[in-house]
Write a protein that binds this ligand. Structure first.
Ligand code: Q46
Ligand code: ZN
Length: 325
């Protein structure tokens, strides 16, 4: 198998694009794809100060590295879930990339603020770990933007994540979530930061290949709580479809983005949107009731602390702005 661009031996076969590429041409292909996505969907524009949510995995570390390589300077934020043997290893990998990029990473340690790891916290909250984790991550990631002067939160959700979430939402017709999975979620001034997903159209396999070819050392293991997640079953089913019909996942999520665009502002108002008109009396975060789930949890555990972020690496955002080169 030869590289379609240079004719040298290919190292990756991209069946959904009916092409095969060598290392160097794959890196250019992947970078161009992400850059085009950022520009086409206006994920980041001049003057924005983005921050990347990093987990230590292939997607977020590849994205953080790639964005800085493209000239979109950005720091990182990591939430340490207090999972023994997993959270510290993840942070080590993140620090290595922070050193290589000379970027700052903020670290929020659940254990130091809420006095428990994610499993203990989930038990106390009578939720499953992923539900408690999702709530805390959404909250903390938003707060870092609000408190530290960033205006765009960048996440490493990839094509497989989006296709499986969409599949699950369609399967059970979860109308309250179905139309909330856009590639960009706009800010609500003073309450929510803008959120973007530049890897929306890039597969898990492609981001892993990008990390390996770029010598990015990432955590191979999945979070131990992900094992029972339904999303893994959906991903397996979609991979079977992809195997017999390459390009199916890409078609599925691209079709979704087109449908969202066609709906425009005429889209049905979901319950989720309706709820976001109310804001927490403590912190201003969107909520159903008086207080948001995070403030409620702090109160329940008798914690009235301000959020504390550790900082690793030295870099000041005051003098720099993201610029597309
Ligand atoms: S939600 Fe669940 Fe993930 Fe949180 S507890 Fe682990 S698997 S990290 S994307
Ligand atoms: Zn609150």
């Amino acid at each position: 198998m030869k590289c379609r661009v240079c004719g040298q031996p290919a190292s990756i076969n991209l069946r959904s694009y009916k092409t095969a590429l060598c290392d160097s041409d794959f890196l250019s292909f992947f970078e161009k794809r992400v850059r085009t996505t950022i520009e086409k969907y206006r994920l980041i524009t001049e003057g924005d100060i983005p921050i990347v949510a990093v987990s230590g995995g292939k997607d977020s570390l590849s994205l953080w590295y790639l964005m800085n390589k493209l000239g979109i300077e950005c720091d990182g934020v990591y939430i340490d879930l207090g999972i023994e043997g997993y959270s510290d290893t993840s942070l080590d990998k993140i620090k290595k990339v922070a050193d290589a990029l000379k970027r700052k990473v903020y670290v929020f340690r659940i254990r130091s603020v809420l006095d428990k790891g994610i499993d203990g916290l989930a038990r106390a909250m009578k939720r499953v770990p992923c539900s408690a984790c999702g709530m805390i991550k959404r909250y903390i990631m938003n707060r870092i933007c609000m408190d530290k002067g960033y205006n765009v939160l960048v996440t490493g959700h990839n094509l497989d994540d989006e296709a499986s979430a969409l599949f699950g939402n369609v399967l059970y017709w979860k109308k309250e979530y179905l139309w909330k999975k856009d590639i960009v979620l706009e800010a609500k001034e003073g309450h929510l930061s803008k959120k973007v997903k530049p890897l929306f159209l890039c597969s898990e396999r492609e981001s892993a290949a990008y990390a390996i070819m770029s010598d990015i050392d990432y955590v191979y293991e999945e979070c131990p709580f992900s094992m029972n997640a339904k999303s893994i079953i959906y991903k397996g089913m979609l991979n079977t479809l992809e195997e017999s019909s390459p390009g199916t996942k890409l078609m599925f999520v691209k079709g979704y983005l087109r449908a969202l665009k066609d709906m425009g502002s005429a889209g049905e108002t979901t319950r989720e949107e309706a709820r976001e008109t109310k804001y927490c009396v403590n912190c201003g975060y969107p909520t159903y009731g008086e207080k948001c789930s995070f403030c409620w949890a702090l109160e329940k555990f008798g914690l009235h602390c301000s959020l504390k972020f550790d900082e690793y690496g030295s870099y000041s955002i005051d003098s720099e702005r993201a610029v597309m080169t």
